[in-house]
Write a protein that binds this ligand. Sequence first.
Ligand code: SF4
Length: 245
Amino acid sequence: MTPHRKDTPLERVNRIGRELSRHLELQRKLGLEFLPIPALDALPQPEPPPAPGGKEELLEDLRRETLACRRCSLAGTRTNLVFGAGSADAQLMFVGEAPGYHEDRQGIPFVGRAGQLLTKIIQAIGLTREQVYIANILKCRPPQNRDPTAEETINCYPYLLRQIEIIEPRVIVALGGVAAKKLLKTEAPTGRLRGEFHDFMGTRLIVTYHPAYLLRSPGEKRKTWEDMKKVRDYLAASGRDSRKL
Ligand code: SF4
């Protein structure tokens, strides 16, 4: 008997090719049309593009929508829309009442004397204005800085709610009675509401004095400092990510 000669590499490749071809022909006869390939999720995936509908994009869409708003007469008397400013990723959000003269001129919330005091309050807890988000209940200035009417507040409030929904802050600070009453649906005065956390649709909310009031009553600054320390401590204790904040 002739001893079995080992295949050369070329013969081995040809043999495998013939076997593969026979196997495929058999599969075709059995009705197989496509070779199975690994599931897509088993293959290395390319880096996903930046998610459309990210927070910044959603806020910008909302800003454009608000810019076109004519729900109340303030659209006809304002100089600029004062939509809000700060980080779309902010974990801390401040909500005031309505834009004043300087805000209306510049289209930026809290830039007058009260705004400068708010900047100091933010810095006092180790943050910057760019790290937080600042908005008002009303996006347009009421003439002569009068109080917002109930109708204006009802019309404008949904925009603030959507800002909060997009940003998802961990803490909201209501600055003054108008913001506090609207957000907490209460008639209680600021002095009774401040000093403790409230629940706002699952988010912690603290009430403190409006910086404009603090300019008139500097003796109350200490209480606002107490409120802000609570905010700072809560964010620190609940593992804040200082890069995002
Ligand atoms: S105050 Fe609010 S509701 Fe009124 S026009 Fe401006 S954005 Fe619209």
